[in-house]
Design a protein around this ligand. Sequence first.
Ligand code: CMX
Ligand code: CO
Length: 152
Amino acid sequence: MSDTPIPTGPFGGLTRLDHVGIACRDLDASVEFYRSTYGFEVEHEEVNEEQGVREAMLRINGTDDGGATYLQLLEPTREDSPVAKFLARNGEGVHHIAFGTGDVAASAAGIGERGVRVLDDEPRSGTAGSRIVFLHPKDCGGVLTELVQSAH
Ligand code: CMX
Ligand code: CO
């Protein structure tokens, strides 16, 4: 058990930029672009059926709080998924940003009290056992925003 205190503060205790989510039509081609152009390697790949995505996490760097910063490449697995809808409207591109937090439920509650719609009543399952919630893009200046608490 860690005795690190849960972060608190006026902005829900967010500690870092965890990842930028990018919608793509062909995950393997997108992974290859980021590998051959920038040298980023895949740290983790999975299918998340609840979110309707096949995804790859590409690690950019490590940070001194034990987390890292990633690109999350997202290919839809079904036509009624958020990423499929986004691709149909906008084509490939930046889909969301995600802030890291030590306590996703507390952060979501604090941010929700400020009038931002939290799209998930309870945190859902994200990459590699993380717990995630989304904030409505219309309440965040047009930016779909995720809060993520990593499994470790
Ligand atoms: N970024 C910014 N705006 C967005 C958006 C996005 N990614 N997706 C939709 N919108 C906007 C649309 O442009 C549209 O705006 P207008 O009304 O001005 O035209 C409005 O939101 C509604 O769009 P929609 O296509 O009708 O989409 P829905 O309302 O059905 O869904 C949202 C939008 C955000 C509620 C839905 O995408 C959602 O619940 N997302 C969270 C889950 C998710 O994205 N999962 C995939 C990633 C998983 C992961 O990161 O692990
Ligand atoms: Co994400």
